[in-house]
Design a protein around this ligand. Structure first.
Ligand SMILES: *[C@@H]1O[C@H](CO)[C@@H](O)[C@H](O)[C@H]1NC(C)=O
Ligand SMILES: *[C@@H]1O[C@H](CO)[C@@H](O)[C@H](O)[C@H]1NC(C)=O
Length: 437
């Protein structure tokens, strides 16, 4: 029992160590007192009085951690970092304040505010900082790995200098007052989070110069239209979150990264009703697509079957959508060995509340055209139809409805027809696959 617990703790520790990004706690460094400098009482930290109200701590590996949460304004910050420091390489700077607190008013990170001091990790949150001067962190160019400036009041940030932070792995600027995200240029950046900046605009090439990105969070930025090809150049993207926006449609090539690398695609809390053919590609085999709280009604096989195929060992969550659960999901219900149903989460329900997993398959067998898993000879007839109504590039629901008429009356179409429509601007190509037995 004891042994088991110890093993568990050890394992947890190893896991944490693996997850912790290039971080302090496991690096050890050699600190040798400089003979030319008086040794401070708080060595290897600077004297506590000199840096008051900041607090310095050294861990067992001689990493220095400085907390300046009590600093009241930028002048005080300047003064602290003018103190005599035995070492200039600080592992971590923390400033955590409450934006509603009237006594703490840092409003800008000025040029060289940190003097000669370099940081590997910076966490400044909850302050009233609206602006970061391009030379504010200049000394940290070759050291900074983690920069967390979430929950401030930032309107501007020197994005153009990012390229010179050669080790920057994580940039978090959520919940600020940014209105524009400039093209991110970085060879090292893995995680970028810009969620919660309302009405955020960005260039279409915003990620093209940051090919190493593995996680992008753009939740709650009032995005109502997703441009195609935004993520095309990303070579190892794993997580994309566009949660809580106003997206109504996903265009063709909305998600088309270089490889099949996406393990988490989070689109919860949008208004998505239209998904264009080939909107989602690049899901990894065990990927997770979460599209909870959207407006999906129909899951046409032409759009959705390829998505389920990509994430065939993963999972797709469509809970909180007004799914009609008609013959449009026959392919999902009737596939051999529940091939697709096993991908859909058990939380996914139809618009009237029935769990999709609990629907009666027999209904689909009896009421929907037989299309699944019948190895028979197929003859393809191609039909070009000009839509009655093409208000949008996508097919309107009424067009779909009339097409279903063709399909559900197989006698009229001289066969047991399956159609696989692909839209070409204003013309719809329908392949009728006639089953001949
Ligand atoms: C930032 O936005 C918040 C919330 O919208 C607002 O209260 C605050 O005044 C803004 N700050 C600045 C500096 O514009
Ligand atoms: C899914 O898992 C099976 C069995 O482990 C494997 O053979 C197959 O290649 C996987 N498919 C994908 C798309 O990852």
């Amino acid at each position: 029992m004891m042994y088991l617990r110890v093993t568990k703790v050890l394992l947890a520790g190893l896991l944490l160590a693996a997850l912790e990004p290039a971080s302090c706690k496991f690096t050890s460094r050699v600190r040798v007192p400089d003979p030319d400098k008086p040794m401070t009482r708080d060595w290897p930290c600077p004297s506590a009085v000199d840096i008051d109200p900041c607090v310095c701590e050294s861990d067992e590996y001689f990493n220095l951690l400085i907390d300046c949460s009590e600093v009241i304004d930028e002048m005080e910050l300047f003064r602290v970092f003018e103190a005599s420091f035995p070492f200039y390489d600080i592992m971590e700077l923390t400033i955590i304040q409450d934006p509603l607190d009237p006594y703490h008013n840092i409003r800008v990170l000025q040029e060289r505010v940190f003097g000669r001091i370099t940081f590997e990790r910076i966490r400044i949150t909850g302050t009233k900082i609206a602006e970061v001067h391009e030379e504010a962190l200049v000394k940290s160019h070759d050291y900074l790995t983690y920069l967390n400036l979430a929950n401030n009041q930032l309107k501007s940030f020197p994005f153009e200098t990012l390229v010179s932070y050669s080790k920057l792995d994580t940039l978090l600027i959520d919940n600020n007052n940014f209105t524009y995200l400039y093209s991110i240029e970085s060879a090292s950046l893995h995680t970028l989070s810009v969620s919660g900046n309302h009405n955020l605009l960005f260039d279409l090439d915003v990620f093209t110069k940051a090919p190493a990105l593995t996680a992008i969070y753009m939740a709650n930025i009032d995005l109502d239209e997703l441009p195609p090809n935004l993520f095309d150049t990303l070579q190892n993207i794993k997580t994309i979150s566009l949660e809580d926006n106003y997206l109504k449609a996903l265009p063709e090539n909305a998600f088309l990264p270089v490889g099949d690398t996406i393990t988490q695609l989070i689109l919860n809390g949008n208004l998505i009703n239209d998904i264009y053919h080939d909107a989602i590609k690049g899901m990894s085999g065990h990927g997770f697509l979460s599209m909870v709280r959207n407006k999906m009604e129909y899951l046409e096989s032409t759009v959705w079957l390829p998505i389920f195929e990509q994430a065939i060992n993963g999972s797709i969550n469509l809970a909180g959508n007004p799914l009609v659960c008609g013959c449009d999901i026959a392919w999902l219900m009737l596939a051999a060995d529940d091939r697709y149903l096993s991908v859909l989460t058990e939380t996914t329900t139809c618009n009237e509340g029935t769990v999709v997993h609990s629907l009666d398959k027999q209904y689909f067998v009896e009421h929907c055209p037989a299309i699944i898993g019948r190895p028979m000879q197929l003859h393809t007839t191609v039909l070009y139809v000009t839509p009655v109504c093409h208000r949008r590039k996508m097919w309107s629901q009424s067009v779909w409805a009339s097409l279903w008429q063709i399909v559900v009356h197989p006698k009229q179409s001289h066969g047991n027809g399956l159609f696989s429509p692909t839209s070409f601007s204003n013309t719809l190509l329908i392949s009728f696959l006639f089953l001949s037995s």
